[in-house]
Ligand binder design. Structure first.
Ligand SMILES: [Zn+2]
Length: 129
């Protein structure tokens, strides 16, 4: 469904891009074939693509940047001050957290000890040996 008045199509490409989709162009061709009034074709494209808009954008004069000696002096302080220190509430943590790599190493050590070394409890009870 193409709405030529609102410049919309049900495929939504015309609204998204601002450029008529193939359905809108087919509708335009149909209108021309039926001798309907189409008007200027560039009006079917969004205004941002118009040459007049482009000319209006660049109509203003661009001021060149002055040299450093001509810059205005700023009131902002040039030395950096550290942020205020806030002591956290409660006892500081002293125990270091174990990294994932250390955790994996500890797990591998415990697993290898279980497999290779017979436990003293098993020999005392007389299950093994
Ligand atoms: Zn479409």
């Amino acid at each position: 469904m193409v709405d030529m008045e609102k410049r919309e199509c049900s495929c939504r490409k015309w609204e998204l891009t601002g450029i008529p989709c193939k359905h809108a162009i087919a509708s335009l061709n149909e209108m021309v074939d039926n001798n309907e009034k189409v008007g200027e074709l560039y009006t079917y494209v969004h205004k941002v693509y118009w040459l007049d808009t482009w000319k209006e954008m660049y109509s203003f004069k661009v001021e060149p940047i002055k040299i450093r000696s001509m810059w205005p002096k700023s009131d902002c302080p040039t030395t950096l001050v550290p942020p205020p220190h806030n002591k956290a509430i409660g006892r500081p943590t002293k125990k270091r957290r174990i990294t994932t790599k250390e955790m994996i190493e500890i797990q591998q050590l415990t697993v290898s000890k279980r497999v290779t070394m017979p436990g003293p409890a098993r020999t005392k009870m007389g299950i093994d040996v």
